[in-house]
Design a protein around this ligand. Structure first.
Ligand code: ADP
Length: 457
């Protein structure tokens, strides 16, 4: 069995099965066997089942939110927000299922007609991370099922219980075996099965760039198409003309969400020299009041790191910055609560070659860099192998427009710290991966385009 521990106190929350190869193979067989019937169902029928799943979970939000807190460590209010966010994908794709349209193209010959239809790609697979145990799963499976694909999911070992609870709710509303399958066990072995089986026509992966590269390279052998949502190194730029209060709210909200363990978490704050010191002072005042603790505690806003490796990474990045001469304005050490809790931390006077400038921190750390000009900050913001999201605060419309073009990212967010919702295309460029999830673009990843020529008319 895989033991699931509560990161806030180390206590056991439950178990998930460590499946054998033959159990995994049987689940893949069921996923493939279910495809013909599921893909032939009327879109309206698939839509209705997704809608019932949405309603079933909506009626049971508290149970899901509390389980998310227990296995992931995030705060209860954020767990509720995640359930709403994740439910948004099921609702959205229940609606989109009915709107997978094709095309007609004016013909090149007098006696023929050309149509283009969209067909589900086939049985699909997904591998998901622990930072959004609920939303990461609904975002993938709702899209796949709406398009007419079946899907087998391997959730993260840290958070499989929320995943199994989602599966249980799906079964209750008549989403059958095979259409939605779940496996847990050795990630390497399961990943290898997903990428080597030519019956699986697509793999959607969210996780680290290192594992994404491994899976993409294995998928090269079978030409399995992929959606890859990988690491990030988001710049968060605050210009001198910004609404400082709004920038502060956006920075704190975006950074402390899930205690900084989010791929779109701001990883480098660039603050214009004219407001740098004032911003740091206000940020420190604000962040010093943030309560750290078990996510089930009413006032807690920052929870524990997911595991020892995550905690050690954060601590070592801060220690390295301090050794290199950076100034730790706030925090900078393990929290007095002990365990996996790390203090919300603000670090200034960093160089662009600091280790934390090029590493996804995944913790409650605000690294602040000073800048002078627009051109300079664009160049520095883009000086990363990643390209998931970029944030900027400015009240200059022209500058905002220039930034939206110049910043190398799949998503540019101006004057807000909030990115995701079901109706937008989420995803990155460069080493942050490819493909989009959410919105009507998301469904395109699960359909093949078929050109039909009818001649001799
Ligand atoms: P994180 O740092 O968020 O844990 P990972 O990329 O290690 O990022 O994990 C994301 C998902 O990828 C998890 O479900 C994990 O089990 C899975 N995973 C890790 N290593 C492999 C692998 N070699 N092949 C397939 N999946 C893997």
């Amino acid at each position: 069995m895989i033991e699931v521990l509560n990161p806030a106190n180390g206590q056991k929350v439950g178990d998930a099965p460590a499946m054998s190869v033959s159990e995994v193979n049987a689940a893949i067989d069921r996923t493939c066997a279910a495809f013909p019937a599921w893909s032939r169902e009327l879109a309206k029928e698939r839509s209705e089942r997704l809608r019932r799943w949405f309603e079933r979970i909506r009626d049971d939000k508290a149970a899901f939110a509390e389980l998310i807190v227990k296995e992931n460590g995030k705060c209860l209010s954020e767990a509720y927000a995640e359930v709403d966010y994740g439910l948004g994908f099921i609702e959205w794709y229940a609606e989109e299922a009915k709107r997978v349209y094709g095309d007609t193209i004016p013909s090149h010959a007098a006696d023929s007609a050309i149509t283009v239809v969209k067909e589900p790609v086939g049985p699909t697979a997904a591998i998901t991370p622990w930072n959004f145990p609920f939303m990461m799963i609904t975002r993938k499976i709702a899209t796949a099922l709406a398009a007419g694909c079946t899907m087998i999911i391997k959730p993260a070992e840290e958070t499989p219980l929320t995943a199994y609870k989602l599966l249980e709710a799906a079964r209750e509303v008549g989403i059958p075996e095979g259409v939605f399958e779940m496996v847990t066990g050795d990630p390497k072995a399961i990943g290898a099965r997903f990428t080597s089986d030519t019956r699986i026509r697509k793999l959607s992966f969210t996780g680290s760039t290192a594992v994404g590269r491994l899976l993409a390279s294995a998928s090269g052998q079978t030409l399995t198409r992929m959606t890859l949502e990988l690491g990030g190194n988001a710049p968060f730029i605050i210009f001198g003309d910004a609404d400082l209060q709004a920038a502060l709210d956006g920075a704190v909200g975006a950074k402390l969400r899930n205690s900084g363990q989010v791929c779109i978490s701001p990883n480098r704050f660039y603050v214009h020299a004219s407001i740098h010191d004032a911003f740091v002072e206000r940020l420190a005042e604000r962040v010093s009041r943030v309560a750290v603790g078990d996510g089930m505690r009413d006032d807690a806003a920052v929870g524990p790191m997911i595991n020892r490796a995550g905690f050690d990474k954060v601590a070592s990045l801060v220690d390295a910055a301090r050794r290199d001469g950076a100034r730790v304005v706030l925090g900078g050490k393990p929290h007095a609560l002990g365990g996996l809790f790390y203090e919300p931390t603000i670090v200034t006077d960093l160089d662009d070659d600091a280790e934390m400038a090029q590493t996804e921190i995944f913790g409650p750390v605000f690294p602040i860099y000073r800048f002078e000009t627009e051109d300079e900050v664009i160049e520095r913001a883009n000086a990363t192998e990643y390209g998931l999201v970029a944030y900027a605060y400015t009240r200059d419309l022209g500058r905002g427009f220039r930034l939206s073009r110049a910043l190398e990212a799949g998503m540019v967010i101006l004057n807000s710290g909030s990115v995701g919702t079901a109706s937008v295309p989420f995803g990155g460029i460069k080493q942050s991966g490819y493909g989009r999830e959410g919105s009507y673009y998301g469904i395109e990843e699960y359909v093949d385009v078929k050109y039909v020529l009818m001649s001799g008319l």
